[in-house]
Design a protein around this ligand. Sequence first.
Ligand code: NAP
Length: 246
Amino acid sequence: MLNGKVAVVTGASRGIGRAVAIRLAKEGAIVIINYNGSKERAEAVKSEIETAGGRAEIWQCNVSDYSACEEMFKEITAKFGSVDILVNNAGITKDGLLMKMSEEDYDAVLDTNLKGTFNCIRFVARQMIKQRGGRIINMSSVSGVLGNAGQANYSASKAGVIGLTKSAARELASRGITVNAIAPGFINTEMTEVLSDKVKEGAVAQIPMGKFGEAEDIANTVAFLASENAGYITGQVINVDGGMAM
Ligand code: NAP
């Protein structure tokens, strides 16, 4: 149980982040639902958590903005006294073939997925070091592990998240802070909803379990990594992908 622990989940207004926020709240954590543009949807997640008897707060912050992240963690720490769990989940795709990819689309994906993860770790670490403990869980992707045609920017960002996870794990281990990554395969969310039927069929053909996963499959793994039971696990990348990247 995570009773009374303060958990920040980035990009929690929908999809995987939403499921993670709901799950951590069910475990007893006070959950900060970070979002960028979807305020109403973040509020809906908060209501859902409160209706179930949990505690949550919504927090707007564009994770790619370094000083906005500094401000967010300063304010959260001042308000709640600690940050025990950080789930770096916010992410975007801007798919396209390498030869046609614009500089803007490359930078936007790297800025949100990789720099955003760095920004949040950078400012939460200060507080977690003071507390002498914490859990950081970063969302990578099967694309970061295997690469994926049409996703050079996204794959680079998610492979970068793996390197960042391992470096941070090495730096923070002696302070009682674990840092791990999850590499989801294809999960049913708005991010994959936009894929054509042809792409979806091609993806399913590569998944030994023969189906897409659900956001709750990822939330279950986050809940484990945030729990006492995962206290001796750090620097790992856990594939939750129906066997795709074995
Ligand atoms: P999604 O449904 O598109 O949701 C993305 C979330 O990220 C939204 O809550 C969005 O908030 C937030 N976000 C985007 N840019 C942000 C920013 N600059 N600052 C703060 N929040 C931001 O995506 P998802 O499928 O749940 O994916 C969640 C994570 O899992 C991502 O990192 C993704 O790369 C990773 N992942 C997903 C899959 C999959 O198959 N779905 C597979 C592997 C990895 P707003 O709506 O407020 O902008």
